[in-house]
Design a protein around this ligand. Structure first.
Ligand SMILES: Nc1nc2c(ncn2[C@@H]2O[C@H](COP(=O)(O)OP(=O)(O)OP(=O)(O)O)[C@@H](O)[C@H]2O)c(=O)[nH]1
Ligand SMILES: [Mg+2]
Length: 209
């Protein structure tokens, strides 16, 4: 489908939740961001919204601890007209940053799975994997869980700026093979904003298809 120029405008923090009764009740479509701790979920949201300090970012894993909702507007602009669609970007806590060892270690906190399978407005989930490390065990586990639960998925390879051209395309091909999805994975750099148009295109598709 063709569309005009896409941009996120008017992003603001709305709410945090760890339980269903804390989810916002506006009924807006939601796009969620999931991935290993430190993979760059919060940075990606900030980069899409053009606001550095919107979601909290840290060099140390485990920064985001609750489900954080950001009310944003997708703007589509052509020469003739402009269309605006409100939605939520949902920043999720990372997985794989184990504080509890041993046999009972879970993939992620109960409330994350509850959100993914239980939020009535989830339109698309972006699964972020570090493009430098395709096919980590924990990411494959997360992927399988999501696929088993038939969650609508788009894979993003993050921190693409840390790779040269050859490694970037080789690893992207590996990600495509390891994490099959309806659409091919997108390489993204929050630092350089690479992949932004492609990613916003997928947001648009999720809202209008
Ligand atoms: N070079 C580079 N660094 C990045 C990029 N995205 C994120 N980072 C860095 O990676 C670190 C983690 O980023 P966050 O956005 O906080 O990661 P997160 O996935 O939200 O982490 P948790 O909230 O702990 O789950 C920070 O030091 C960021 O500056 C990127 O595209 N390129
Ligand atoms: Mg975060």
């Amino acid at each position: 489908m063709t569309h005009g120029k896409l941009q996120i405008i008017q992003a603001k923090y709305t709410a945090s939740a760890v339980r269903k009764d804390q989810y916002p009740t506006e009924g807006l479509p939601e796009i969620a961001f999931l991935g290993r701790s430190n993979v760059g979920k919060s940075s990606l949201i900030n980069s899409l919204c053009g606001q550095r300090g919107l979601a909290r970012v840290s060099g140390a894993p485990g920064k985001t601890q609750t489900i954080n909702y950001f009310n944003v507007t997708l703007q589509e602009k052509t020469d003739a007209e402009e269309q605006r669609t409100p939605l939520f970007f949902v920043d999720l806590p990372g997985y794989g940053f184990a504080k509890t060892g041993g046999k009972n270690r879970q993939l992620w906190s109960h409330f994350i799975g509850e959100y993914i399978t239980g939020s009535p407005n989830l339109s698309l989930l972006f699964l972020l994997v570090d493009l430098r490390h395709p096919g980590l065990d924990i990411d494959l586990q997360a992927y399988r869980w999501l696929a088993d639960n038939e969650v609508p998925l788009q894979i993003i390879g993050t921190k693409a700026d840390k790779l040269g051209r050859n490694d970037r395309s080789r690893n992207l091909a590996a990600v495509k093979r390891l994490f099959p999805a309806a659409f091919p994975p997108i390489a993204y750099s929050s630092l350089k904003q690479d992949g932004k148009n492609e990613l916003l295109h997928m947001v648009y598709e999720a809202l209008y298809e």
